[in-house]
Write a protein that binds this ligand. Structure first.
Ligand code: ADP
Ligand code: MG
Length: 248
């Protein structure tokens, strides 16, 4: 099963078993370059576990995860980050006492080595990257604001920005609009459409109005497997999907 592929991400026959319970069960998933894929499905379907396995937080029992044709399954989490896999968790991990600028600055990859962090200097390259990312996440006007003073939605965008500082080629977001206002949800949809122009994005989301706005393709998971996959319209009219998920 070591055939070469053009996909950014190719997940094949992936399985993880927790004490005999298969949270991910022989799953296949292929993500294109610059694709924005949304994963939906009932609670416990295995959506979060799948992202955990792609980023290396959870080890596969069997199967393959190829990122840009390189096998990831045996690589530790930090190596996958360096290869270009970025993952945003549900609870934001920004530095509340630092400004928006400083939060982005410390996320610049130079700080990846201990020595790099110690001798870190705010070079023009870093400033340019901070400006570009601030524009992408809509926080250009708030660069000097202390992060703790941002709204809930702005904090989420800042954290996305911190991931973008590392220029990931695959960005994964688990329920990014939870707790956001209507306006923040709209702005997040625009933000995600912007950032997938330069990279692939996988989003787990429940809000179907939001999914409709952003998804190129939708994958429906159920019991660790893929129940359906395709355009929003195809998936929404699939009787099996209505039965296990959309009907509730
Ligand atoms: P979703 O994100 O789709 O709601 P999860 O991926 O969080 O689902 O969970 C899928 C299933 O795997 C659930 O039944 C959950 O209880 C189980 N599970 C997830 N992680 C673990 C773990 N570390 N140990 C045991 N069971 C787990
Ligand atoms: Mg989850």
């Amino acid at each position: 099963m070591s055939s070469s592929t053009d996909f950014v991400l190719a997940v094949e026959d992936l399985t993880v078993s927790f004490d005999g319970f298969k949270a991910i069960d022989n799953l296949n998933l292929y993500i294109d370059k610059n694709e924005l894929r949304v994963i939906i499905g009932p609670n416990g379907a295995g959506k979060t576990t799948l992202l955990d396995m792609i980023c290396g937080k959870t080890r596969a029992t069997s199967g393959s995860i190829k990122f840009k044709d390189e096998e990831m399954t045996t690589l530790p989490e930090y190596t996958r980050v360096r290869r270009g896999i970025g993952r945003k968790f549900q609870t934001p991990s920004i530095y509340e006492n630092l400004s928006v600028f400083q939060n982005l600055e410390v996320s610049f990859p130079l700080g990846r080595s201990v020595l790099g962090a110690i001798f870190f200097k705010c070079t023009d390259e870093v400033k340019d990257r901070v400006s570009a990312v601030a524009l992408e996440i809509g926080l250009s006007a708030l660069l000097q604001t202390e992060a703790g003073l941002l709204s809930h939605g702005q904090k989420q965008w800042l954290e996305i920005g911190m991931l973008l500082m590392q220029e990931p080629e695959l960005l994964m977001l688990d329920e990014p609009i939870a707790g956001m206002s209507v306006r923040e949800r709209e702005l997040t949809a625009e933000l995600l459409k912007r950032i997938c122009q330069n990279r692939s994005v996988i989003v787990i989301e429940h809000d179907m109005e939001f999914v409709k706005k952003i998804a190129h393709k939708v994958t429906v998971m159920h019991q660790g497997k893929i129940l359906a996959e395709g355009s929003m319209d195809t998936v929404q009219s699939n009787p099996a999907v209505i039965d296990v998920y959309l009907g509730h």
